[in-house]
Design a protein around this ligand. Structure first.
Ligand code: ISJ
Length: 386
């Protein structure tokens, strides 16, 4: 092997170019597979094929000195992308685009977590993204309701801080429909201007959700003042403007870089796997192709008689519908009465779902469907070890 560093780096760069070309070829093939599946009435997701692929790739990897964990990690990302690309294509064909552009409202400005989630979701769609940065969840919802934006991207839950109640409460009263979801890893870092020293920090700027997600880390910094911000991008901006090495922000590394900030600490969240789930809402509901796994979200008020919730949930059981999440929120103006939010793995057009909703309408006081959308719970799995 040569010791010529420049030459080795040239070879690495050219290998990377080939990898990129191959990834692009693979994505095109996956999109062709989507057409073939639609023509043959087959579902987009094929977990058996994914498992067979992973097993054979791990086997092949071994012979190339590539360990199983490495191969699995890379192919999770590749297969997830492939399935999501196929789903977006099928959905685009079924629902059509709103027009050549998508005006999308999200929390904060360039660099906020919602900004990255928005970028991620809309790269898979045909429309050109027009960003509409907002300062509150209420403003986001209003901008779609009034027609100023076509879509909104809203965080709904997080693995460290749980449900985002403010967003749940907004959904109770909006006429908007949920048309999509996505998950996005949230890696909180401490960010400051060049020359900032961890031991001299006096103020931390962050969004309240971020503060909740990093509560354990912040408990250890009791003498530091917390400044609440509208979004992580707002926190970055304050630190950039202050040009004071005692003032830092919490947010994502990529976002902080856009504001010239440097990382002083990483992995600040209470949970190691800190992931947020976002929903995408629009004025018009969508149809979800039968070839795609769908989720439906509805809210219901069961009344307070004994067993009311159990009765409602057994309707789902009777129709073989599995539930992903159940959340309850107070009904404004009706103290101690709760609205239930239910996520189910079902297409609104499924016969079982239609029947279940008819029955829920009969036995509860109020039911409203918030939307039916493609499920993005895509985690390719290996077959159980024998
Ligand atoms: C590409 C396909 O569709 C999906 C994506 C896969 C992949 O990227 O390898 C495998 C199985 C399917 O879940 C396919 O079925 O071959």
């Amino acid at each position: 092997m040569t010791h010529d560093l420049d030459q080795i780096r040239k070879d690495i760069s050219s290998t990377d170019q080939q990898l990129l070309q191959l990834l692009s070829n693979r994505r095109q093939l996956a999109l062709a597979v989507a057409d073939a599946k639609l023509a043959q009435n087959k579902p987009i997701r094929d977990q058996k094929r994914e498992q067979e692929l992973l097993v054979s790739l791990i086997e092949k990897g071994k012979s190339l000195d590539l360990d199983a964990q490495y191969i699995t990690k890379i192919y999770h990302v590749i297969i997830e992308d492939s399935v999501l690309q196929q789903q977006a294509k099928v959905q685009g064909q079924l629902n059509g685009a709103n027009g050549p552009v998508a005006r999308v409202a999200f929390l904060g400005r360039q660099g906020s977590y919602s900004y990255w989630a928005t970028q991620k979701y809309f790269t898979r769609r045909a429309e050109t993204l027009i960003e509409i940065g907002c300062d509150s969840f209420n403003e986001i919802v209003q901008s779609v309701e009034t027609g100023h934006a076509d879509y909104a991207v809203l965080p709904i839950e997080n693995t460290s801080s749980g449900s985002i109640n403010e967003v749940y409460d907004l959904l109770q009263h909006t006429r908007l429909s949920i048309v999509g979801e996505l998950t996005h890893p949230i890696e909180h870092c401490l960010l400051g201007i060049t020359g900032t020293e961890l031991s001299k920090i006096k103020t931390i700027c962050a969004h309240p959700q971020v503060i909740a997600q990093c509560s354990q880390y912040l408990q250890g910094l009791s003498s530091v003042k917390i400044e609440y911000c509208d979004a992580s991008s707002d926190a970055f901006n304050r630190v950039r403007q202050a040009q004071d090495p005692t003032v830092v922000a919490i947010g994502g590394e990529e976002g902080g870089k856009l504001y010239g900030l440097e990382v002083l600490g990483r992995s600040l969240a209470n949970q190691k796997d800190n992931v947020s789930r976002f929903i995408v809402v629009a004025r018009k509901a969508i149809q979800v192709d039968k070839a795609i796994p769908a989720k439906t979200t509805f809210i219901m008020y069961t009344g307070q008689q004994p067993g009311a919730l159990v009765d409602a949930l057994s309707v789902l059981k009777q129709h073989g519908i599995s539930m992903g999440k159940l959340e309850s929120r107070p009904i404004p103006g009706n103290p101690w009465e709760e609205m239930f939010y239910v996520d189910v793995y079902a297409n609104l057009n499924d016969y079982a779902m239609t029947r279940a909703l008819d029955e829920l309408n009969r036995i509860t006081r109020f039911v409203k469907v918030l939307g039916c959308y493609p499920s993005e719970d895509i985690s390719p799995t290996l077959p159980p070890q024998s």
